[in-house]
Design a protein around this ligand. Structure first.
Ligand code: AMP
Ligand code: GLY
Length: 414
């Protein structure tokens, strides 16, 4: 019996589980901790994503053949090192390789050393030195706290006053803890996410996607975990993609091998197309959310086979739908600020698309909201406009009384 375990609970994990369960090689799928949507194809196991000892015990006891890690919280705790030390097969980077996401200064140093295009920067732990550096700089200027800051660690300061106040909070008041601050130049251009499957020097590309981080239409409001996404980006040419693949993703994977931190898993490039070329804004060491919901929705070949082949050093088969796939996230009202959970939702069956669950749970036969981002409605079409219309038509069928969503996903590209 071939058993697979996926770790995580959001829309990204719903998309991974759906694809994994499509494989004829997979008999039984578990997800820890999962959600109400994931229960469509996996057995949910109530173990937290950072309880790596319990997860390892479960994988051993159940004879899991492959574990796939969704969130960074598991990776930066060393889940891969733990599983590998027990001889358990797992797809994800070690703690050392995860530094590319968990430490912004490590990622920047690596890019500088290996000539990977990114914004100029310096790292500071001293407030006065940081002030001296920004005084001669153009505005806006970007401040990035080096450690974990619950999504509040990136400040784009439009005035010197704003830069100073935030530096003071980070370096003197130590608002998030005792880490350094990366100060980097502001880049202008179209952002996109480029995810690749990586094993050491081997890099296999997915299709690029755009995500929408701000809460409100026209990219206004607070930063969120992502409000929508789409593929087939009109502003990215084949040459752009080739450049990003060779000069950024491939080079970064090779750099990590040279640094003795070989990467296995999903390397996510948060990239930006500036007038001086494509540059890196950030790296993640995992599938991105909500990009995964539109990217894996476009994958026509077998994800389980591909991952097993990549781990075993064999060539994977990856076949992509070349049509646009688009998704809109429905959130609890108030997110990313205060919001209530436990609202009853009704999702009718759809033929024209799919609803990925992000924050949902069961209450008997009912499905209740259980997070800020509740679900992502995804569809495709021969044009971006068709995909977009399909999604917004589907949303009309969902009772959205207690939900909020952006109305402008991909609108400016149509
Ligand atoms: P990060 O956590 O590094 O992804 O930053 C969050 C968001 O801040 C990014 O998605 C960008 O929109 C923005 N950002 C970060 N760094 C820069 C930069 N150097 N120039 C312009 N925007 C940036
Ligand atoms: N979509 C950005 C992320 O997954 O971090």
């Amino acid at each position: 019996m071939n058993k697979v375990l996926v770790i995580g609970s959001g829309g990204r994990c719903d998309a991974i589980c759906k694809k994994i369960k499509e494989s004829d090689l997979v008999d039984l799928l578990f997800c820890a901790p999962g959600n109400a949507g994931i229960a469509r194809y996996a057995v949910n196991i109530p173990i937290k994503v950072d309880d790596i000892d319990e997860l390892a015990n479960f994988a051993k006891k159940e004879n899991i053949n492959l574990t796939i890690v969704g969130p960074e919280a598991s990776l930066s705790k060393g889940i891969v090192d733990k599983f590998q030390s027990l001889g358990l097969k797992i797809f994800g980077p070690t703690k050392a390789a995860t530094s590319i996401e968990s430490s912004k200064s490590y990622a920047k140093e690596l890019m500088k050393k290996y000539n990977i295009p990114t914004a100029s920067y310096e790292v500071f732990s001293d407030y006065d030195e940081a002030l001296k550096y920004i005084e001669g700089k153009k505005l806006p200027i970007v401040l990035k706290y080096d450690g974990l800051a619950a999504g509040k660690g990136v400040i784009i300061a439009k005035t010197m006053e704003e830069a100073k106040t935030n530096l003071y909070e980070m370096l003197v008041n130590k608002e998030f803890g005792d880490d350094k601050v990366v100060i980097e130049d502001f880049l202008e251009g179209e952002e996109f996410s480029y995810m690749c499957f990586v094993n050491g020097e081997k890099v296999y590309k997915m299709i690029p996607a755009r995500d929408y981080k701000r809460a409100l239409d026209n990219d206004e409001g607070l930063n969120t975990g992502g409000m929508g996404a789409f593929t087939c980006l009109p502003f990215i040419t084949k040459d752009d993609e080739e450049y990003a693949y060779k000069e950024i993703m491939q080079k970064t994977a090779s750099a990590l091998v040279k640094e003795n931190r070989p990467f296995l898993g999903i390397l996510y490039g948060g990239l930006i197309k500036t007038k001086d070329g494509i540059k890196v804004i950030e790296f993640n060491a995992r599938f991105g959310d909500p990009e995964t919901e539109v990217v894996l929705d476009s994958l026509e070949s077998d994800l389980y086979r591909a991952i097993i082949n990549i781990i075993d050093g064999k060539e994977p088969t990856l076949i992509w739908d070349t049509r646009p796939h688009l998704g809109v996230v429905l959130t609890s009202i108030g997110y990313p600020g205060h919001y209530e959970k436990g609202k009853k939702i009704f999702i009718p069956p759809f033929e024209n698309g799919y609803v990925y669950h992000m924050g949902t749970k069961f209450d008997g036969d009912n499905i209740l909201t259980d997070g800020g981002r509740v679900m992502m409605v995804v569809s495709s079409g021969y044009t971006l406009e068709e995909a977009r219309n399909n999604v917004y038509e589907m949303i009309k069928e969902i009772n959205t009384k207690d939900l909020y969503y952006r109305k402008d996903i991909a609108l400016k590209f149509i």
